[in-house]
Ligand binder design. Structure first.
Ligand code: ZN
Ligand code: ZN
Length: 336
């Protein structure tokens, strides 16, 4: 099969590699859409994922959908040809964190696209059957690929314990910020403020009902704005302190974005004097069926998010366009 493999930082090549076979308990997926996540971009640009260096030319991509091409031994369905989405967080189900219900923090987690496990930027990928769910009619492969970031949004909102009458703010109107916002709205949260420096990206949260949508956190600070619950979704290093400074005393901050660089500094006086609860959200846990349900019922319309389409051969362009943080797209979609 053809696969886009990262040979070194910014060096993606289309290689012929053996097509994976589904092991017992696995499903082989013919990949139809892969969304490029900023976390994939980090590995693409830096050549390592927060210090973990690939030991082989890696296939990246963890936000994907496709159709079942083959089922391994012991798997009853979904049948060959079924369109499916995949939760790419493959836990062991046996370690102490799994048994405590924190499968996303599994000590033996396998995450396709994180070294050393190959991801989905290829024609096929083998996935554990438990991580695969059928896409209902009317839900496209692109929306199927966005089930993973939607799951990240669902997980973050669950952790936040937000209530319908809370005043909420989101830093960053990229895909994750927008997924958090869509989930909040589906949960009946109506007071949503969004901070997004890229002008063209302010359009989407405004259209979806965020008010106000501003360019910088200073605008909110000078207006004495305070959130009950704050979601940091920008991944900007300084945004963690900004989020804290905009949260009311005894409020909650959920850090969803992956700070870049990894080391974060903040004035500890801010969260200390306000006794803030700061929660770091990790990927998603058990969100696959809920995410698909929200799409199937139309409660959430991922079709509203702007994407651009690329062939597998154009994978490097998809990464470079993602790096540019273009205003006119939130996700680059590679269609192998
Ligand atoms: Zn992702
Ligand atoms: Zn485990």
């Amino acid at each position: 099969m053809k696969a886009a493999r990262l040979h070194a930082a910014r060096d993606v090549r289309i290689d012929d590699v053996p097509t994976p076979r589904p092991e017992p308990g696995e499903v082989l997926v013919r990949v139809r859409a892969v969304a490029i996540c900023p976390s994939d971009l980090r590995l693409y640009q830096d050549g390592h994922a927060s210090g973990v260096v690939p030991d082989h030319p890696m296939i990246q991509g963890h936000e994907f959908a496709g159709e079942v091409a083959e089922v391994g031994e012991g798997v009853d369905g979904p049948p060959v040809g079924t369109p499916v989405a995949v939760e790419p967080s493959w836990h062991c189900g046996e370690c102490d964190t799994c048994l405590a219900g924190h499968e996303n923090l599994c000590r033996n987690i396998v995450f396709p696209s994180f070294p050393q496990t190959d991801g989905a930027l290829a024609e096929y990928i083998a996935c554990p059957a438990f991580s695969v769910a059928a896409l209902p009619e009317g839900v496209s492969f692109v929306e199927g690929a966005l089930v993973e970031p939607l799951g990240v949004g669902i997980h973050a909102v669950r952790l936040s314990d937000v209530r319908g009458d809370d005043r909420v703010a989101i830093l960053g109107a990229g895909t994750i910020g927008m997924c958090v916002m869509l989930v909040l709205r589906a949960r009946g949260v109506s007071q949503i403020t969004v901070v997004e420096p890229i002008e063209a990206r302010r359009r989407w949260p405004a259209e979806l009902g965020a008010d106000p949508v501003v360019a910088s956190h200073e605008q909110l600070l000078t207006a004495d704005f305070e959130a009950d619950v704050m979601f940091e979704c920008s991944g900007d290093n300084e945004a963690v302190e900004q989020a804290m400074s905009l949260t009311r005393p005894a409020g909650r901050v959920v850090v969803v974005g992956i700070p870049h660089p990894d080391q974060v500094t903040f004035d500890s006086t801010i969260p200390r004097r306000k006794q803030l609860t700061v929660i770091f959200s990790r990927r998603s846990r058990n969100t696959l069926h809920e995410a698909i349900g929200l799409l199937a019922t139309g409660e959430i319309d991922m079709g509203a998010l702007p994407v651009r389409h690329y062939s597998l051969e154009e994978t490097a362009d998809a990464f470079e366009d993602t790096a540019e943080r273009r205003g006119d797209m939130l996700r680059a979609i590679v269609e192998p």
